[in-house]
Design a protein around this ligand. Sequence first.
Ligand code: FES
Length: 564
Amino acid sequence: MDDKKDKGLEKGLTSYGDRGFSLFLRKAFIKGAGYTDDALARPVVGIANTGSSYNPCHGNMPQLIEAVKRGVMLAGGLPMDFPTISIHESFAHPTSMYLRNLMSIDTEEMIRAQPMDAVVLIGGCDKTVPAQLMGAASANVPCVQLVTGSMLTGSHDFERVGACTDCRRYWGRYRAEEIDADEIARVNDQLVASVGTCSVMGTASTMACIAEALGIALPGSASAPAVTADRIRIAERSGATAVAIAKSRLTPDRILTAHAFENALRVLLAIGGSTNGVIHTTAIAGRLGIALDLARLDAMGRETPVLLDLKPSGKHYMEDLHRAGGLPTLLRELKPLLHLDALTVTGRTLGEEIDATRPFAQDVVRTFSNPIYPQGGIAVLRGNLAPGGALIKQSAADAKLMKHEGRAVVFENAEDMAKRIDADDLDVKADDILVLKSIGPKGAPGMPEAGYLPIPKKLARAGVKDMVRISDGRMSGTAAGTIVLHVTPEAAVGGPLAWVQTGDRIRLDVPAREISLLVSDAEMERRRKEHPVREPRAHRGYLKLFLDTVTQADKGVDFDFLRK
Ligand code: FES
């Protein structure tokens, strides 16, 4: 390909049938914004702007864009920010996951359509970083991921609180009538003390760490809180790095290799990361034709302890990890298990970046000899209830329930659960197993984070804090409990979960990695014939695209036609 035509403003010209005219017109329009020929001759760095009034997790976007632009210009490039879809967890109906793939398409196509030699992707809230990395992996233009950074913690009656582990804890206490309406209103003011992403190891923090472990975000960039000077400096350095990789043409496919994904999974396991991290990492890898194997993840989990003492598995918050040296402190400890030859956006390997860091005394990242949890945070379960696999965040579960057999109490869908879960006449006991169907990729649709079934009110009032809960949906990484998620295949496409009935016996055995429905094959066959499943369909729009093409959890819930 002609080198010049593939660079700067000459890249991807609009089709008028006359190259010269296309470039002439493009320059004429951009000069309307006051640019000089000197500026327009520089390497162009796109900056994906996901600022939105609906997205407080991205509330520092203006400052980050300004800093990225400064970094780009100091390095001799021309920064061009452009908008894409932004998604916030609490402002997306029916669920943010329904829109992740749409945002990935938007990101990919805007990177392709507009002239840019490199791009800085600014994301943060749970689905935005996965969507951006999926899009960038497909577009394969040199890219740096910049996260917005975590929010600060607040204080409620001198107790440190942060979203959203403490949101769930206080709401659980309110449901159990341990605290009153006045107190729950007061704590509501303190849970999110600043702009930025959730302050515990939820999906946003998990994906920030994964982006750094993948080498597609700057070393040390995952942990700086949103409102700190460090976060702004990271943004400036991300801009400068983008100019460097625009010149060296360091494309994502050279960074996002099979080794890099293994490093990311190691980190996911060692940080007690969100189960959502498995789905998103699978989807990003799928864009590059790299298959992530759940059996391999589980095998890695058996030799990778949780070392990070962060909520919900431990006690600290993201700002504490930053004070403890950030992710490099953990990477240094994990070094014997990492592929050190993996390349990063700096042009240096992960091993070289780890060696450049300086250890000091801290108590947020533990050593191998003194872990938070002896195995990886996530275990992969199999059995006749989940032939395609299911996950449990064992590091945030109740040790007493890790081997448990109980009677199923079944809810057919989210509406059914909402209607009955708090009824005084609900037939449920503390050692029962709550089962929720039809919240998978197609069932809800969009696989909402409804897998964290609330403890039925009458049991909560009696002091029950945890029960085994099973669904084909997801759970926020900020939540804790003995909760089996991502049961695959989902009920809505005819997975065995569809035919579980109240009264059936279910066995969970996490050490043996088993999730079994204790019902005979003949009985299951009878139920299948008697109640055939009708897959959800739609006639138009994005919902039709979604239902026609979305894959199951083991393929990352990506659209089938977007995978490589
Ligand atoms: Fe945005 Fe938690 S709601 S990161």
